[in-house]
Ligand binder design. Sequence first.
Ligand code: ADP
Length: 477
Amino acid sequence: MKRYWHLHSIRGRLTLWYTLTLTVVLVLYAGGVFLFLRYNLFAELDRQLHEDFEVAEQILERMGEGGVQRHTDSHHEENEYPDNNQWLEVWSPEGKLLYRSPSSREEELGPISAFERQGHFVSRSIKLPPSIHVRLLSGSYLINRLPVVIRVARSEEPLRQELKKFLLVLVLGLPLAIGIAGLGGYTLARHALEPVSRMTEQARKITAERLRERLPVENPEDELGHLARVFNETFARLERSFEQMRRFTADASHELRTPLTAIRSVGEVGLREPRDAKAYREVIGSMLEEVDRLSRLVDSLLTLSRADAGHVKVTPEHINLIELAQEVVNQLGVLAEEKHQTLLVEAKEPVYVKVDRLILRQAIVNLIDNAIKYSPEGTCIRIVVQKRPEGSILEVIDKGPGIAAEHRERIFDRFYRIDKARSREQGGTGLGLSMARWAVEVHGGRIELESEEGKGSTFRIMLLDLENNQSSRPVTR
Ligand code: ADP
């Protein structure tokens, strides 16, 4: 049996189980019908024997000297009863045969048993040599006050022939029925599983290079349709991830190449002709600037790739968001001063959150740094910290150029910049906002952008309430 478990195809296993179950059911059913029929036929035979017994009571009469004979005026003709498949005998209680109907079958029923002698009414099957099965009914009776034991019997052969024929039909018919049903089951299973074969074929064709392909969905409502849809959704996600990865790799290579090219050309120009110490210092200074940009880019890339791999450990602690905002403002104040901008922290009450200080600080630095970089000179940048029913909020509001609607969706994507030249000129890597988004989301929070072109932008960090935050925030990602 164990071997069948190793049948490889579902189709084969389904057919096997179906056929096995059907065989068991059919065998049980046929057995039941056979037993029922047998019981009924024997019950009918017993009923006939009882009738025979009653007829015998009527046609027998007592002779002198304790003998028994058939009524001379019996309505039943001699050859009419019993017929040649029956027996009629009358015995004395002592075990002496008093009468045997001449039309009885010639086989002897044998002497009466002690049990019959006692006058009990018994019905049983006996086997006469060579092999005649007989159903026998005997019981005591008084013929004109003479106590006798009357025995009537009928051959079981016609009944057994019937049963044999029925059994033959069952034995021949059952395998045929099971064979036909098995074939039907196999065809059905093959038909039902055909979409799976087609899906397998199609899935085999889908590779990293052909992620655009999808599995056929023949009936979206059935189980296989659901499966195909789920696979297709997964393929769509994979396609997006592959696309993002490809773009990211291309963008990252490009971003890394730009400062390297700059370093190289600055170096080459510097070496082209002999210069004085001051000129060399300038060349080295601008080379170091590029190296600086390169290091920042590599640092950001490393952080993001560690975040993607889930290797960044988040160590939450209770902090006052206002203090953190103030700390960042103090750090970036010099940059704002250079552009004659004002940084203002506005808050009415302390706002406590449980976050990883360093990670969230980086997000706030990136937002305020962008506001300083992209807002015109002399403007005011407000950092508003407040508590709202939905959570703790930190907004960075600037009066810069704003961000057009078509860019708002993608502004948080890695390396996405509205004006590449301007960003680079400002020393941007194009990773600031994507890092900020990761830093907020790793705390279970959200980052949003509201902006009106020409009027300014508001970047909003939303953190869950302290209680919710504690329970829902993942510790590592
Ligand atoms: P970058 O290093 O270029 O600043 P970011 O991911 O921080 O990269 O920002 C992506 C782009 O979004 C920027 O290049 C800039 O075009 C735009 N941007 C970000 N912050 C602001 C802002 N406060 N005002 C206007 N544009 C902004």
